[in-house]
Design a protein around this ligand. Sequence first.
Ligand code: DX5
Ligand code: ZN
Length: 224
Amino acid sequence: KPPVRIAPSLLAADFACLGDEARAVAAAGADWLHLDVMDGHFVPNISFGPVVVKALRRHLAIPFDVHLMIAPADPYLAAFAEAGADTISLHAEAGPHLHRSLQAIRALGKRAGVVLNPATPVSAVENVLDLCDLILVMSVNPGFGGQGFIDSQLGKIAALRRMIDAHAAAGGQPIDLEVDGGVTAETAPRCIAAGADVLVAGTAVFGKPDYREAIQALRPKVMA
Ligand code: DX5
Ligand code: ZN
């Protein structure tokens, strides 16, 4: 089983010095950088687009985990690929043809991810597993950082873990299982126990004075 990876979400960083903030979490041991793209339409908030992703790419070598909270997403996939995304994830509800969107991301040479809102059932990904490199479970309603973890999503994480393991056992490709929203030192162990292997954290990293300590606090504890 691969180790748990931590993906700090830049949404909680100081937007007046994004480059410094991104470099700081990378130096502090972040495995991936999580980039939240919001359009004020699919979610009730606006963040940043491909121009910002591209500008940051020149400063960092760690994988860019781009979370698209935009609809439609299809017209922008190429722009995010060109901007330097490694994984591009879109919501199951972002368009009428999820299978085609995932194919498009793969055709751009990028890893493809599907995001499930708190109300979205696991069955939304069941028939596109072969095109998924990542499944992202939202443990808050998307749009804002700093919200409380929705406990009911733990059962969904466990169900997806079983689905992903069965897929791999049948010869399918590996799929990362990521959790986003309200991840803290308290909720992280519960996500990991349920089967998550990538944790997104905004406030729990950028809201702390010591980024290295904050990232470390989210990793599984090694028993002495
Ligand atoms: C919410 C975003 C999250 C957000 C998480 O719509 O997708 O990535 O930054 O923030 P925290 O960790 O503060 O809940
Ligand atoms: Zn996110």
